[in-house]
Design a protein around this ligand. Structure first.
Ligand code: AMP
Ligand code: ZN
Length: 112
């Protein structure tokens, strides 16, 4: 399968690692939208949250927990945002499930 984030998780395309274990990989976003902006992806190819099923529940919880853990390590105690863009209307551009973690500046609401 020709998937950018699968290749990044496998190390076939270079990235700046933030965290990794046997289930997930976190790396710096190439076009950061905030002073801190990294992505968390499962090593397993899942197209989006929409395609995740009950067997992925623990994995999804792990991704969120790691998001918070890294945010604590990066000193984002004043707040940050965790975003999942899903499908065309959600603005998803890479069809491999990922969480954005953005911080280091005040966010606005509503999102565009
Ligand atoms: P989304 O629009 O939610 O699908 O987010 C995809 C994200 O992947 C965007 O924020 C891109 O900047 C980021 N991105 C695309 N290619 C790379 C890459 N090679 N390394 C790191 N981040 C990337
Ligand atoms: Zn993939």
């Amino acid at each position: 399968m020709d998937c950018l984030f699968c290749k990044i998780a496998e190390g076939k395309i270079p990235s700046k690692p933030v965290f990794q274990d046997h289930r997930i990989y976190a790396f710096a976003d190439i076009h950061p939208q905030a002073p801190v902006h990294f992505l968390i992806i499962p090593r397993e190819h899942i197209a989006s949250l929409h395609e995740a099923d009950e067997s992925h529940r623990e994995l999804l919880g792990h991704m969120l927990g790691v998001a918070a853990e890294i945010a604590r390590q990066k000193g984002l105690g004043n707040g940050y945002r965790v975003v999942a863009n899903i499908g065309p209307d959600g603005g998803q551009t890479v069809d491999h499930l990922h969480l954005h973690v953005l911080g280091g500046r005040a966010m606005t609401w509503p999102p565009g």
